[in-house]
Ligand binder design. Sequence first.
Ligand SMILES: [Zn+2]
Length: 289
Amino acid sequence: MRFFSYKRQNKIITDIEITPLTTEGHILSIDVEEWYHNCHERRYIYPQTRPKSIKEELDWTIPFLLEKLEEGKIKATFFILGEIAEKKPYLVREIFGAGHEIACHGLLHYRLKWENVDKFKKDIEKAKKILEDIIGEKIYGFRAPEWSLRSFNSVYLEAIVQAGFYYDSSLVKVPLAGSIFNLSVPHTISTLRWQIIEIPPSVIGPFSIASGWKLRKLTLAEILKLRKRNYLHITIHPWEVIPRPINDLSTIAQLFANPGLENFYYTKNFIFSLRWNTILKSISKGVLE
Ligand SMILES: [Zn+2]
């Protein structure tokens, strides 16, 4: 158990308590977004500024991924963007119908700090309802676009709790994408007012293996070695299954999107031959009730 203090509106607040949580199995999560949902390319994030003719790929990358998961008898957690669920509810139904966990990746793929906390809360409540109406079941999990929750003392975390989520999966223990003060293993974050479970992505040293390129560069031997840890949580994206460079992005956006992309599909097929768990199933049942 660790206690933290932090500053809000110039007051020192010392009520955050972090408690490690035991989970079962290694976790595979998939962020359901298009290639253009890249926070370094803001004109593509908001539908008003996105070109109407922009190419979409999810109608075939999702069925392709579902087939690979079915072949490997794997169940994963899919963090789905609300705007995609609204436009393509049939994809949510297909994923849910195949036995995977449906979770929420926000309404639009914006960095949290681009919107104030009230707008953010309204947006994730809307996204959660869109997903729940489609599957007819409760949504438990949330992940911030681009891991942009950043830190466990963010005011946005309280908004995630208030919107009705039981767990969050946004806090990465690396600088910039998250914070070195975050934890790289599952834990509970409690304050005097609220509590939430945090299921973070795994890291190797200063690198997240959830943000794409680091995972895309890993070999089978390296992945097997990581699986000797008690906890391994990797994340992939539907756009990564296509072996090509993504050219229609700014230079900085390409720096994050393209490394390792040319051969990810061909060389990382082994991911689908290993055993993985959904986040919900990895959390012991009593904890969520
Ligand atoms: Zn994302």
